[in-house]
Design a protein around this ligand. Sequence first.
Ligand code: URA
Length: 236
Amino acid sequence: MMRLDRFLCETGTGTRSEVKQLIRKGLVTVNGLQETSPDRKVGEETDVIAVRGEQRLFHKFHYYLLHKPAGVITATRDSGQETVLDLLAGENIRNLFPVGRLDKDAEGFLLITDDGGLAHRLLSPKKHVDKTYFVRTKLPFLKQDAECLEAGVDIGDEMRTLPARVEQLADNEINLTIREGRFHQVKRMLEAVGNEVVYLKRLSMGPLALPNDLKKGCFRPLNEEELLKLRQESLL
Ligand code: URA
């Protein structure tokens, strides 16, 4: 059980003073009945709470989508360098961590959460969640390079990479979809075909893509539909 005003804050409805106002104005219902006391105790999983008729769902965990810019490291804290968590200004970042990593010079889609179970399932090597990267290469990307990457290449690990998907966009630009998440994997795959990555941006992870309107360095919470898709993917 928790206070109604806290429940509304936790579900992203507003600040403590904003939600108190909403409650006092009679805009909040608990199980269909108007509730005007911010300190009313509610069951976060059992009571149906709505604001202006719209139900608010409680999540024990938090989920954010960050458009990582280059120059920021994928870590929770660092003594000198700016981390991806430093970009989540205004959020309670306690317990949050990035799901997988993007290199310091890489950009794009990064999921940040405090849901260890979901992160573990998404990152599990057995799971093979697709990750698509936009890659700009130093040298022209050749047809036979695509064939190599699609078949799997030796990047110096015990196992060759799993078959990838390549979509050529321009002489030096491809979209590359991989199903693993090995250290510096994309860079090492391009090295394996005698090329070099000069720009790397993750476009998607599993069923979720980087939204066009999410500017570099900005973040937003996942919406209900996105979270559902991600959960389903992690359970496949
Ligand atoms: N592959 C890389 O080489 N770097 C990344 O940041 C992600 C995938």
